[in-house]
Design a protein around this ligand. Structure first.
Ligand SMILES: [Zn+2]
Length: 263
């Protein structure tokens, strides 16, 4: 669709009254929502209207696609879109939802040359060329209930979709200028190397060591920490926090539930 037609259509969707039942679902299921400013809450609801009009949902293994499923996923995904000009995860068409973690075929490296094949339990996955995303509903729901445990499968998988906006799964999203790209890569390279070193030596880390897998996973786990553990991330990884803050144009410390927990 041409850009201006798409914008017009999206503006119409944003102007629709937000269904009360959906708002009730968000307040019940998505813990961060009530902590957002009134302006951010209003923007999030507008984004959800567009998101739900544009994305398809399919239930798998008996999962029913209800408003609760759609709205709970959309509210978390759209947190990543606030304050930014965005094309709403343009490479993603369909979200497949399983009732709970599912078994997926996997190839794991044992050494660089030897790969093991097997099945692993997964709560979510997406890929640059898939056009789709898979999510486990029980994990989506528990992730939304606890906004500060550092784990959120929706933020994680949608972070991958942001990464793909520059057409590569390289841990760098679409950035406006060359200088921003250079600064981003420098910070990410250093932070990624230190997570790998910490994982290798068994030092406890704020960031999930799954992020040591590769640059794309590092980006996704950083975003989980940015929104769920911002106070700790800012104090332990100030340069990483600052890059993410510039990109998202948000400061999650302002609405974090993390302060009220024992750190
Ligand atoms: Zn991932």
């Amino acid at each position: 669709m041409l850009g201006f037609l798409k914008d017009r259509q999206r503006n119409r969707l944003k102007a629709r009254p937000f269904p009360n039942e959906w708002l009730t679902i968000i307040k019940r299921n998505v813990a961060f929502f009530v902590r957002l400013s009134a302006a951010d809450q209003a923007e999030l609801l507008e984004r959800i209207q567009v998101f739900l009009a544009e994305k398809n949902f399919e239930g798998c293994a008996g999962q029913e696609i209800t408003d609760e499923v759609r709205v709970t996923i959309a509210a978390q995904a759209c947190l990543l879109l606030l304050h930014r000009k965005t094309d709403y995860f343009p490479r993603l068409l369909t979200i497949l939802v399983y009732p709970s973690t599912y078994l997926a075929d996997e190839q794991r490296p044992i050494t660089p040359d030897i790969w093991e094949e097997g099945k692993s339990h997964r709560a979510g996955e997406t890929a640059r060329t898939m056009g789709s995303m898979v999510l486990a509903w029980d994990t989506v729901k528990s992730g939304a209930e606890d906004p500060s445990d550092g784990k959120n499968v929706v933020l994680h998988e949608f972070a991958h979709q942001l990464d793909y906006e520059n057409l590569a799964a390289d841990g760098t999203p679409a950035l406006a200028t060359r200088n921003e790209q250079l600064a981003w890569r420098e910070v990410m390279r250093t932070e990624f190397a230190s997570l790998r070193a910490a994982e290798a030596t068994g030092i406890p880390t704020l960031l999930d060591t799954y992020g040591a897998t590769n640059a794309a996973e590092f980006f996704a786990v950083s975003i989980e920490a940015f929104f769920e553990r911002p106070v700790m991330l800012r104090s332990q990884h100030p340069r990483l926090y600052s890059e993410l803050q510039n990109y998202f144009r948000q400061d999650p410390v302002e609405f974090s539930a993390e302060r009220t927990r024992a750190i």
